[in-house]
Design a protein around this ligand. Sequence first.
Ligand SMILES: *[C@@H]1O[C@H](CO)[C@@H](O)[C@H](O)[C@H]1NC(C)=O
Ligand SMILES: *[C@@H]1O[C@H](CO)[C@@H](O)[C@H](O)[C@H]1NC(C)=O
Ligand SMILES: *[C@@H]1O[C@H](CO)[C@@H](O)[C@H](O)[C@H]1NC(C)=O
Ligand SMILES: *[C@@H]1O[C@H](CO)[C@@H](O)[C@H](O)[C@H]1NC(C)=O
Ligand SMILES: *[C@@H]1O[C@H](CO)[C@@H](O)[C@H](O)[C@H]1NC(C)=O
Length: 373
Amino acid sequence: MGVVIPLSLSFLILLTVSSPSLASKDCDFPAIFNLGDSNSDTGGLSAAFNSLLWPNGITYFHKPAGRYSDGRLIIDFIANSLGLPFIHPYLDSIRANFSHGANFATAGSTIRRPQSQSGYSPFSLDIQSRQFNQLKNRSQSAYNQEGVFKELLPKEDYFSRALYTFDIGQNDLTAGGYLNLNATQISADLTDILNKFTAVVKDVYEQGGRSFWIHNTGPLGCLAYVLDPFTKEQLDQVGCAIPWNELAQDFNKRLNQTVVQLRKDLPLAAFTYVDVYSAKYNLFKQPEKYGFDHPLLACCGTGGKYNYNGILCGNSFVVNGTETTVGACKDPSARINWDGVHYTEAANEWIFKQIVDGAFSDPPIPLGKACQK
Ligand SMILES: *[C@@H]1O[C@H](CO)[C@@H](O)[C@H](O)[C@H]1NC(C)=O
Ligand SMILES: *[C@@H]1O[C@H](CO)[C@@H](O)[C@H](O)[C@H]1NC(C)=O
Ligand SMILES: *[C@@H]1O[C@H](CO)[C@@H](O)[C@H](O)[C@H]1NC(C)=O
Ligand SMILES: *[C@@H]1O[C@H](CO)[C@@H](O)[C@H](O)[C@H]1NC(C)=O
Ligand SMILES: *[C@@H]1O[C@H](CO)[C@@H](O)[C@H](O)[C@H]1NC(C)=O
């Protein structure tokens, strides 16, 4: 007996010493699967329809690279910080390499099926989820064949070990005509939108997904493409459209509740809810402090109060018989807004640095530990 007690004591001590280091170990995500809209589209819509035009990509890729930005997106910084390559768009069949994940996001994607085709992507969240299922189900037989597929497709166990990232919702808000609806109608609609979000997350979970990193939607009302029609009384002290930001915050409140419920329903998964709204809004609030100016003006744009006239970056239009191409401002690195709708690489990198360590997350854990519950 005299021997047993010290042994179990030392065992206890060992446990106490080793568990904190276990708890702080990084997750070692081997892959990222991302679902979303243009905020995280690394070339999906561009591959499916039309290549983006110069000067998109001017700062980092030095050519259009499928991203609505002058350079990298938050998802690119996420991938690199986890030691992974840029996540390849699922829809890009030319240089497909999904060995470390796939990106199903496309610009203009909504959570619900789009009611109107104009301006919105046909690849809504449910379609992205089906594409994910296809990749998961069909990749394993290809992987197991001899040949190049071992270097192009994820290993089977990557699907359960991967980080699943979501950044979607903004286009459901702009598609809804919400500013003309009353609170009851908006609430009913948000319920429907978030039920559809839940269904997709549950499907990914059934396919083995266990680590979820979910961005809430940004301060839409600070973006040039919605700002034009508003009068001074409808703008906050930063200059953002109050009705749109209130709607975005309503959505976010519901998204947070949805994630709280998902944690209960899917006990084996880890969910990180990331308050990207607040990180972005802080930047609009104090741009000078962080090295930015003209926070509400598009960098790549032509004309209008916010240097955005509805013609997207790189496209041409004719004024007074003269063709003009929408070009970039002198220094995109000092701007937040790239093209009236999307963020510059400099802003994306700044936002990434704000959110990577968990300061805007619930629970407040860093990106590298997002597999821990
Ligand atoms: C993938 O396989 C699962 C299980 O065999 C099946 O339930 C599911 O419908 C399949 N999905 C697709 C997209 O084929
Ligand atoms: C696909 O990408 C991975 C990771 O960057 C790389 O190791 C692999 O060689 C690539 N596959 C091919 C066929 O180039
Ligand atoms: C909201 O609008 C709907 C449709 O017009 C109407 O039926 C409902 O009574 C309105 N609700 C409120 C609280 O005003
Ligand atoms: C999300 O909701 C939970 C439960 O209501 C609350 O405790 C938490 O503070 C909310 N998180 C955020 C980021 O709003
Ligand atoms: C086009 O011509 C009209 C009339 O001459 C002029 O007022 C306007 O400023 C011109 N627009 C541009 C962009 O040059």
